[in-house]
Design a protein around this ligand. Structure first.
Ligand code: LLP
Length: 426
C-alpha cells in the first residue's frame, strides 16, 4: 500500500496535489511519501515481532539523507556498499553499530573507516577480502566482526542483471567452500565470526528461492556448529519484489512468516538474530518521478510523447527494459486518448520511460512515473549535461525540498582546462 492516490481526478502524494509540487519545484522532480516509507519499514519490523531482528535498509536503493534519517529514527540499521554510503548514514544520524557492509571489493580505506566507527558487521565476499580485512584490522589493532556472504546457488528467477545467488555470479563464496573459509576466519586473531549472510537477487516475486537459500544456510550452520563456530546472526539480504505492473510479490509479513516457520524447525534458532537488507520493497512505491509533456509528436508508425525527464533521470526502463506505470497527474481536462512512447530529450533511441502507453494527454500536461523511489535518483547521471532533478519529501499536507535541483555550474565544478602552454594554437 502506498499514499499516492487520485482525489477529484488529481493525483496526490499524501495530502499534497502533485501539480502544486510541479509549480513550486519545477519538473522533472522526484517526490517521496514519508508515510509510505514508514509504513513499508514497519511492515518488516511488525512481521518479525518478538523474534530478535534488525532491518538494515539497503542504502543503494535511495540514499537521500532525509530517507536515511527517517529510517534511522524508526530504528533501522543500514546495509552499505561503499564508504560514501557509510558517510551518508553517519551524516543522517544512523547508528554505526547497526551498519553492515556488503560489496565484492571493499578498499583498504573503506575497511579502515568502517572499523574506526565500529560497524556491526563486514559481509565478506571472498577469501582474498577476508585476508585484506584481517590485515587492516591488525594494523589498527582492532577485531573485525564478520559474516561470510555465501552464494547458495539458487535461481532467484529474476532479471539476469539483478540475480546474484547463482554460481555464475561474481557474488559471495560458494556454499561448498564456505566451511573452509569460516575455519580460516575463526583462526584469525583480528577477525571475529558473528554471522552468516546471503543475498540472492532483487525483485523476487516468490518466497520459494528465499526458503531454498535458507535451507542451504541452515545446513551450513550445523556444520559450523560441529566445527565450534557459533553464529549470532543470519542475514538473508534484500530482494523482496514490488508491484510495478501486475506482479504479486509476497508482502513482508508473508515472507517473514514463511522464513520464521522454516527457521523454527531448527533447535536454538529462536536465539539467532535475523537481519534483512531490504531496499526496493521499502522505497520503490514510496516515490514518483514527476515530469511534464513538452511535445506530442505523432508519427506514421509510432506516436511520441516527449517529456522533460529522460534516461539520465530514471534509467531503469532503458537499462533493464523495466516497466513502470506512467499516469496523467490531472485527469479532469478532456483529452483525446492515444498510444504513445513516452521518451525524453536525450539523444539516444534507448531514451524512453515507457512504450505503447495508452494516455489521454496534451502538451504541457504533467505525468507521474510510478515506483520511482528505489533505484531512481541514485542511478541518475548528468548525461547530455543535464542537471539532476530535485527530490521532495511529502509529509501529510506539507512538502520539504530534500535535495535541490543541481545547478548548471555544478556540472563542470571539479573540471579544469589544460594550461595555455600545453595547447598549440594554429
Ligand atoms: N543487499 C545486497 C547485498 C544487495 O546487493 C542488494 C541489491 C540489496 C541488499 C537490496 O536489494 P533489494 O531489496 O532492493 O532488492 N538497480 C537494480 C537493482 C539492483 C540491486 C542490487 N543489489 C534495479 O533498478 O532493479
Amino acid at each position: 500500500m502506498d499514499h499516492f492516490d487520485y482525489r477529484d481526478g488529481v493525483l496526490h502524494a499524501e495530502d499534497v496535489p502533485l501539480p502544486r509540487l510541479a509549480e513550486e519545484f519545477g519538473t522533472p522532480c522526484y517526490v517521496y511519501s514519508k508515510a509510505t516509507l514508514a509504513r513499508h519499514f514497519r511492515a518488516y519490523t511488525e512481521a518479525l515481532g518478538s523474534h530478535p531482528h534488525l532491518i538494515c535498509y539497503a542504502v543503494k536503493a535511495n540514499s537521500n539523507l532525509a530517507v536515511l534519517n527517517l529510517l534511522a529514527r524508526l530504528g533501522a540499521g543500514f546495509d552499505i556498499v561503499s564508504v560514501g554510503e557509510l558517510e551518508r548514514v553517519l551524516v543522517a544520524g544512523g547508528d554505526p553499530a547497526k551498519v553492515v557492509f556488503s560489496g565484492v571489493a571493499k578498499e583498504e580505506n573503506e575497511l579502515e573507516r568502517a572499523l574506526s566507527v565500529g560497524i556491526k558487521c563486514f559481509n565478506v565476499e571472498s577469501r582474498a577480502e577476508l585476508e585484506r580485512l584481517e590485515a587492516v584490522a591488525r594494523g589498527m589493532d582492532k577485531v573485525a566482526p564478520v559474516s561470510l556472504r555465501v552464494n547458495p546457488d539458487v535461481d532467484a528467477g529474476t532479471h539476469p542483471y539483478i540475480s546474484t545467488g547463482l554460481k555464475d555470479n561474481k557474488f559471495g563464496i560458494p556454499v561448498d567452500e564456505a566451511r573452509e573459509v569460516y575455519r580460516q576466519a575463526a583462526a584469525m586473531e583480528h577477525v571475529r565470526v558473528v554471522g552468516l549472510d546471503c543475498h540472492i537477487g532483487s525483485q523476487l516475486t516468490d518466497t520459494a528461492p528465499f526458503l531454498d537459500a535458507l535451507d542451504r544456510l541452515l545446513v551450513l550452520l550445523e556444520r559450523l556448529a560441529e566445527d565450534g563456530i557459533a553464529i549470532e546472526h543470519l542475514d538473508l539480504g534484500g530482494g523482496l519484489g514490488v508491484t510495478y505492473r501486475d506482479e504479486r510479490p509476497p508482502e513482508p509479513f508473508d515472507y517473514a512468516t514463511a522464513l520464521l516457520e522454516r527457521l523454527s524447525r531448527w533447535p536454538g534458532s529462536e536465539r539467532l538474530t535475523l537481519l534483512f537488507e531490504p531496499g526496493r520493497s521499502i522505497a520503490a512505491n514510496a516515490g514518483v518521478l514527476l515530469t511534464r509533456v513538452e511535445f506530442l509528436k505523432p508519427g506514421e508508425t509510432r506516436n511520441f510523447a516527449i517529456v522533460d525527464a529522460a534516461m539520465n533521470d530514471l534509467i531503469r526502463p532503458s537499462l533493464y527494459q523495466a516497466w513502470q506505470a506512467i499516469l496523467p497527474v490531472d485527469t479532469t481536462p478532456a483529452r483525446e486518448a492515444g498510444t504513445y512512447d513516452v521518451v525524453g530529450p536525450v539523444c539516444e533511441t534507448g531514451d524512453f520511460l515507457g512504450k505503447d502507453r495508452e494516455l489521454a494527454i496534451a502538451a504541457g500536461d504533467l505525468l507521474a512515473v510510478r515506483s520511482a523511489g528505489a533505484y531512481g535518483f541514485v542511478m541518475a547521471s548528468n548525461y547530455n549535461s543535464r542537471p539532476r532533478p530535485p527530490e521532495v519529501m511529502v509529509d501529510g499536507d506539507r512538502s520539504h525540498l530534500v535535495r535541490r535541483r543541481e545547478r548548471l555550474e555544478e556540472l563542470w565544478a571539479g573540471e579544469a582546462t589544460l594550461p595555455d602552454e600545453s595547447v598549440e594554437t594554429p
